[in-house]
Design a protein around this ligand. Sequence first.
Ligand SMILES: [Zn+2]
Length: 257
Amino acid sequence: MGWLRDWKRRRILERHRIDDALWRRAQKHLPFLRGLSAGEERRLKEFAVVFLAEKQLTPVQGLELTDDDRVEIALQACLPVLELGLDWYDGWVGIVVHPSDFHVQRKETGDDGVVHEWDDQLAGESWPGGPVVLSWEALDDSGSVAEGGANVVIHEFAHKLDMMSGDPDGVPPLPSRAARERWIEVFDAAFDRFCKDVAAGKETFLDPYAAEHEAEFFAVASEAFFESPHALKRDFAGLYELFKGFYMQDPATRLAS
Ligand SMILES: [Zn+2]
């Protein structure tokens, strides 16, 4: 079916494009989109156009999204797969956007048979094979290259990449067993060090929330990789190199100028 999809994508690109004024507004709002080569910029715009045509972006609870809003979500979602390819987002279509952080009821039965129920307040969520859910309020805070700047779009889409190899565990699909072993070695060392710092109450540049689970560490570190690459490289040089290899991008070099 590959040819059919390629044909459909070509048709989409023949009919739609991101105009220059909109691109400039997006770049102003999302400074980490700067520094791309002409070819990368063209590909990112094309990915965003195809992404918006293939995915279903649904604002809920009275939220309205402008064309700029939609394009900015798409550009941020597509940046991590700029070299990997849009096919990494196969297998699901929905993106639900809430006006603000949303509540999710959780229920879990422990080994002792006791049922635990609690209420989670979330800025974003993504399910294997299911939709990505985002909070517009959290989204609107993004677009900063300041240290520790959060990016809920990159965060949730990083979870999607992680889940391409099964349960979210901070290990995305990698080309070989050796690459996987290398990943686990470097990633786990960085995660352990980070967890110790958080437990010791040290000030960390990454959100302490990342200590909750390997999957969260991967998602939060991915936000930093694209938004505050210099800080990530400074604090987690090994992890930065690992991400550079996986994403096939070098944001610290591209954002240097
Ligand atoms: Zn997360």
